[in-house]
Write a protein that binds this ligand. Structure first.
Ligand SMILES: [Zn+2]
Length: 199
């Protein structure tokens, strides 16, 4: 006996979420329809509104309801520093340190040759144009320390330097509260390489 079409379609639709396979999609569907119809209606409305209203900020490429997001439009930020991150979540993490007062550019991804994501897909030209606005003094590469994040950083550093921009990379090392005994050797090696004079 075939399941109702609306049911199979919802299960199939939920599978567009990262990490959601057929079994969890089925579980989510039953949960929404059986136990949380209010939550399901809210989700449907929120998706509809978000798709209709959100676009990418013309300067930082992060999600925004306006052409320029509030941060890019603010006069309180240092327009001389541009920090490049992979995702809006990464941007929020840097912002939470309250140490950085410059502006951002959100790549919305990373170079991943195996998945067919290259400089063109990530619209590097848009980023280069943004970085060459005449105000940026330093570009800070804050992509992740994964293979793909490193590849992205190397590629970007080359392109940005070719345009005469000063480029820096966030340092690697031990986490706050980290103990050498429990850190992996790769992290300890990187912490040594990125050591700084004691002031
Ligand atoms: Zn912005």
């Amino acid at each position: 006996m075939n399941a109702p079409e609306a049911l199979t379609e919802l299960i199939a639709a939920l599978r567009c979420l990262p990490g959601v396979g057929p079994r969890s999609a089925q579980r989510m569907t039953y949960h929404l329809l059986q136990h949380d119809r209010g939550g399901a209606a809210r989700l449907a409305r929120a998706l509809d509104v978000a798709l209709g209203r959100l676009t990418h900020c013309a300067r930082c490429n992060n999600f925004s309801e306006t052409e320029l997001c509030a941060r890019c439009a603010s006069s309180q930020r240092d327009a001389g520093q541009l920090c490049i991150v992979e995702t809006p979540a990464d941007l929020n993490r840097v912002e939470q340190t309250h140490l950085y007062h410059g502006l951002y550019y959100c790549l919305m991804g990373r170079i991943a040759p195996l998945r067919g994501v290259g400089p063109k897909e990530l619209q590097f030209d848009k980023l280069i144009a943004r970085a060459c606005d005449g105000q940026v003094r330093e570009v800070i590469l804050a992509t992740n320390f994964t293979n793909e994040g490193e590849t992205t950083a190397h590629f970007l550093a080359e392109r940005l330097r070719a345009h005469g921009l000063a480029v820096s990379r966030i340092a690697r090392g031990l986490p706050v509260g980290g103990e050498l005994e429990h850190a992996d050797t790769g992290t300890i090696a990187q912490a040594f390489q990125a050591r700084q004079p004691v002031v």
